[in-house]
Design a protein around this ligand. Sequence first.
Ligand code: ADP
Length: 535
Amino acid sequence: MLGQMMNWSLTIPKILEYAAAMHGDTEIVSRTVEGPVHRYGYADAAKRARKLANALRRLGVGEGDVVGTLAWNGYRHFEIYYAVSGIGAVCHTINPRLFAEQLVYIVNHAADKYIFLDLTFVPLAEKLLAQFKGVKGFVLMTDRAHMPAATALPNPICYEELIAPEPDSIAWPDLDENTASGLCYTSATTGNPRGALYSHRSTVLHAFAHCMRLPGISAEGVMLPVVPMFHVNAWGAPYGAPMVGAKLVFPGPNLDGASLHALMDQEQVTFSAGVPTVWLNLLNHLDQVGKNLATVKYMLIGGSACPQAMIEAFAKRGIEVIHAWGMTETSPLGVVNTPKRKQLALGPQERMQLALKQGRPGFGVEIKIADAEGRALPWDGKAFGTLKVRGPWVCSGYFRQPPMATHDAEGWFDTGDVATIDADGFVELVDRTKDVIKSGGEWISSIQLENIAIAHPAVQEAAAIARRDAKWGERPRLVVVLRKDAKLGADELRDFFAGKVAKWAVPDDVVIVEQLPHTATGKILKRELRDKYGT
Ligand code: ADP
């Protein structure tokens, strides 16, 4: 017998229409590429998204077409998110920091019909233009006054002129909630990037989870996603914030410490989200100017492991770090570190041990760890194995790729991460499968070594990599960047590890460098370090 409840499909435009009706005057504030700060309310954003949806149809964009974006976090990008998905097309957010050949690959693989781009990225698109196969036109996300006098881009369309003549009403099509809505490619460190194809249903359910798992996301809150909208939908903020009526603040291209600090204070931001590298810069800036963040209560930190020193630095400023783990393939929220009631009674040291873990899944994410044969391992916080996940916002395959070994017969997705799970379901990442250091049959976690190194006051950033060794197979080597004007000898840093890890896990040697290479998403590019320092 079927229930008699309405089949109200979970589609993306409903989020924006809700925000327009219920929180119409709640602001979206954006730093723009052109310079000034732009502000309007959810009602205006919805009007303009509807105008854009009409314009897209006029351009011939229909269901199943893919529309690319090369853009910062800003209000026009937000409108594109809703307009493109709303008419049944797919919003393909392109990470402009990818290598040129990867950009060309994904634009062609996705078959982008149009590309919307911020002025910043016009030279990039011009450079790669000849290699983009099927792109019919480029929409420059600006007004007439800021259109470049000349551009090599064919058929350059001005965003404001495109939407101006259109009506601000639309009957959104009644899409099947499983219709594809968005596309994001991983920044694969080897091989071609792979696309995760999100659906309306997965996006809406993920937005519910976003609001459910993150404290302070509410109509009283002000959310500033530093994590880019071109990287896994800014971790869901452009959907979660309107779903609860939180004010949204978009930083545009200015992601340095001073700019973020100014914007956070000015707009009374209560919640922000980003990768550790960004926060390192912000903390350095705050130290330099001797200031604090006036209103921020929570920082969501993920993408790579959040070091203890960072959790402490924010705690000293009255800000709670929420550590989280996720992937492009998991929309991205997988596990989020918020304590259970019984854990509130833990002492400071135990609380810190807990905070360093990546977190626990909420409803909608199933997890397990498995050994090499695929057998489930115990949740004792000690046994470690491949982390596998399942759920309605986890990818079931890759866009336009044959089925892969990443998915097993029971539907589990192999994350490529190695982790432990404790009795309370808290996941702690040991390493990425390919980054773990295998020394004489023992596994050494590069993340653990990096966390210790970075706690040393002279160390700014650290990477632990495997160095080939005739006797042990691999041995750990540290590559570190020192803080400005700091001095540190290799032995001194090695001594710092005493008592913190087993003797055999202490790095054999330390290489001091000016800077570390990073991936397009701000992670340390270990492959490059291994090539250089791994022998
Ligand atoms: P990309 O490789 O494109 O940057 P993702 O952003 O999807 O792709 O990266 C996901 C990976 O980032 C995870 O598989 C994991 O290795 C790492 N990661 C994410 N969050 C954390 C975290 N909190 N701690 C440690 N590693 C993390």
